[in-house]
Design a protein around this ligand. Sequence first.
Ligand code: FMN
Length: 310
Amino acid sequence: MLDWTDRHYRYLARIMSTELLLYTEMVTTGAIIHGKGDYLAYNSEENPLALQLGGSNPQDLATCAKLAAERGYDEINLNVGCPSDRVQSGRFGACLMADPKLVAECVTAMKQVVDIPVTVKTRIGIDDQDSYEFLTEFVDTVSDVGCDTFIVHARKAWLQGLSPKQNREIPPLDYQRVYRLKQDYPKLHISINGGVKTLDECRQHLLHIDGVMVGREAYQNPYILAEVDQRLCGSNKSVLSRDAVLEKFIPYIEKHLVEGGRLNHITRHMTGMFQGEPGSRAWRRYISENAHKQGAGIEVIEQARKKMDC
Ligand SMILES: Cc1cc2nc3c(=O)[nH]c(=O)nc-3n(C[C@H](O)[C@H](O)[C@H](O)COP(=O)(O)O)c2cc1C
């Protein structure tokens, strides 16, 4: 999720679940090809990891997909769901739903240069193009060129007039439409996304669908990930406590600090770790007030934990 998740968050998520497939935030082809930083950097612990690409130039997407496959990513996912203006002016994201042929060309170009899966994340429609037939025409055209996995955010996007945030809340969720898609395309791998907050809800969806993608809840309340392996994937290893998760995260944070990184770059992903627990506000507050300070170290996390018991 742009501006929210990064490799530090994904490292934390991976401590809690070895089974999850993790996705990067959307990375544009322009950033990868022309940017100064290394936009493909990640920790090897994050695998299995999908790189989500934003773009609509088939050759650029192919170039980025190839680089990503060489770097060890496990899947390339094309973003056909982001409604932001910035993204529309670059002609990628959700507006690409209106041009399934171009999406098919993009998928074809990527599939020609990588052996890892090339998948698509999309909406159920855009603007007034929100019929089931519009969705199936999109899926037909894109699956015809060999894309066999779709992650469907179960609400349409209004490209004019709604902000990205509103586009994640205002258009109503229509899970039935995604279930119907799975029924009509039993050979495709269809994952559902949007508004899922608990593992019980995931289980319900999995009765109808192949996968569930969880966004905001997995970020704001990350500890829900701690039971994924046991409750959804049949693992019989024991569930880590919140403190055990922190303990496993500390060496990673220490390494980051030794390398000159700032504490708050990591702790910003940890503020929701104790959501719903007594003292969680004290934890959150202490971290927000102290982790950004010059020279802040592991002691801030230890103190924040102690504050919870006060
Ligand atoms: C801050 C933020 C950034 C997001 N960035 C991306 C992104 O980069 N790529 C993407 O496919 N979806 C992005 N999304 C959308 C989520 O992946 C997801 O589709 C949406 O929030 C609905 O799922 P949820 O209710 O589980 O959060 C973002 C969402 C938020 C809140």
